[in-house]
Ligand binder design. Structure first.
Ligand SMILES: Nc1ccn([C@@H]2O[C@H](COP(=O)(O)OP(=O)(O)OP(=O)(O)O)[C@@H](O)[C@H]2O)c(=O)n1
Ligand SMILES: C[C@](O)(CO)[C@H](O)COP(=O)(O)O
Length: 219
């Protein structure tokens, strides 16, 4: 819904240097040899717009379907996982936020390799600041910084493992803020793949300023 962006419309269609954020994201998946098929998850009422303004306009031939999303990110991912055609349990899926347009082909390749080998992986970067646990406005703890990483996407999994984790989370009413946390909840190890501080999730207005600066640096 892009509530924290305050844009009044879905932020994945905001333009970044003449191209919608979502199209920039999908372009990297389209270009990566390690990606065979793409499933886009979208609010149901926006599917026709997504099809014409992103998939058809930019000729993203790997997009197999645009699937209606759910009320929370996890529900959207679950709808996507259930929509994939002809997938085997050991095939790898990467789950990615449409609003992380600075994902690279290298990150996709590293994630596919790690998920194939370890079963589950998350792209992440070490935190730079000291992190406080705060309860009711008072600091409750300062976890050792060397143990803290910021989880990004893509997050990669063997299909059978992530599908089982989502099935069981749905049955138990467990809600996580990312897909790796569902694997952790199941006691499954999740390998960390080196991310990039530029792989930001465009969430609040200042993220757009950063995104434009990263694009200028590239051009
Ligand atoms: N029900 C939802 C909510 C989010 N997402 C996706 O998850 C990614 C990260 O979500 P977030 O940044 O939280 O997007 P919004 O939910 O739009 O942000 P806000 O909470 O500010 O409304 C985005 O690509 C978004 O489209 C989704 O597929 N289904
Ligand atoms: C999956 C994620 O991008 C990892 O950092 C994040 O948890 C998504 O959170 P959001 O509240 O749905 O933006």
């Amino acid at each position: 819904m892009g509530k924290r962006m305050g844009a009044g419309s879905n932020k994945q269609y905001l333009m970044l240097d003449g191209m919608p954020i979502l199209a920039r994201t999908v372009r990297t998946f389209q270009e990566a040899d390690c990606i065979d098929a793409i499933y886009l998850i979208s609010p149901e009422q926006e599917i026709p717009f997504c099809r014409s303004e992103v998939v058809e306009r930019y000729g993203f031939t790997k997009v197999r379907a645009i699937v209606p999303g759910g009320s929370e990110r996890q529900h959207s991912v679950y709808n996507g996982l259930r929509a994939i055609d002809g997938i085997e349990p050991d095939d790898v899926v990467l789950i990615h936020d449409g609003v992380r347009p600075f994902v690279s082909v290298q990150m996709l390749e590293d994630s596919v390799a790690a998920a194939r080998e370890a079963g589950a992986c998350v792209v992440a970067v070490p935190v730079k600041d000291t992190v406080k646990v705060v309860r009711e406005g008072v600091v409750a703890a300062t976890p050792p910084r060397e143990t803290l990483w910021l989880a990004q996407t893509p997050q990669g999994f063997r299909y059978g493992l992530i599908r089982a984790a989502h099935d069981q989370a749905a049955a138990a009413g467990f809600l996580g803020t990312d897909d790796a946390s569902l694997m952790e909840w199941q006691g499954q190890p999740v390998r960390v793949v080196q991310g990039d501080y530029r792989n930001i999730k465009i969430t609040t207005p200042e993220d757009l300023i950063l995104a434009e600066a990263f694009l200028k640096e590239k051009n």
